[in-house]
Design a protein around this ligand. Structure first.
Ligand code: BEZ
Length: 191
């Protein structure tokens, strides 16, 4: 399967122009297969704070234990009232379980992600990474079409543990946007 993914990522490209075009097609989407426990985390550039500050997921998650929680949108009600605050409240528990970093990913621009983090006092605890064009969400094949409510394709809500570059736990919300299995307490119970 890795060989097929590798071949597809080399051979398929979306034509077009601009920062959100001309990129390899998501191989997981082509194969219609969301990332699974045991898979390597894909290498994609995300953005932290501003569009000039790239954070490569392959590099960030290569070593140690990382907890990622992905949300459909910054400043949306469930994400702001429940999902992110739960990770903040449990931050010390993650640390005591050997988690090196807690990362929030959303298909939003980096300024919005930074403002959302500041607004909820996440600075210094949760890394707020913008999947500006949705490339990471497409690579892991965990997207949901929220064009009707949020204007575009977004990330499904999920929680993931990445250990030394490989997915070691993954809990994806069955309906994409609800909060039933990807809260901080849910992922803490499997670390
Ligand atoms: C939320 O409340 O988190 C939400 C609202 C609309 C669409 C997706 C998520």
């Amino acid at each position: 399967m890795q060989a097929i993914r590798s071949l597809l990522s080399k051979s398929l490209t979306i034509a077009g122009s601009g920062p959100c075009r001309s990129r390899p097609l998501s191989t997981t989407s082509v194969l219609n297969m969301p990332i699974q426990v045991g898979n390597p985390i894909p290498s994609v550039d995300l953005f932290e704070g501003d569009p000039g500050s790239k954070v490569n997921t392959g590099e960030l998650f290569a070593k140690g234990k990382s907890v990622i929680f992905a949300v459909p949108g910054a400043f949306t009600p469930t994400c702001s009232k429940d999902h992110l605050p739960g990770y903040l409240e449990n931050f010390e528990k993650f640390k005591s379980k050997g988690v090196d970093r807690v990362v929030c990913i959303s298909v939003n621009d980096p300024f919005v992600m930074a403002a959302w983090g500041k607004n909820l006092n996440a600075d210094g605890k949760i890394r707020m990474l913008a999947d500006t064009c949705g490339d990471f969400s497409k690579k892991v094949d965990l997207t949901v079409d929220l064009a009707a409510v949020l204007g575009s394709v977004r990330s499904k809500r999920y929680a993931m543990v990445v250990t030394d570059g490989k997915v070691t736990a993954l809990q994806v919300e069955p309906d994409g946007t609800g909060l039933s299995c990807s809260a901080a307490k849910d992922i803490l119970s499997v670390i």
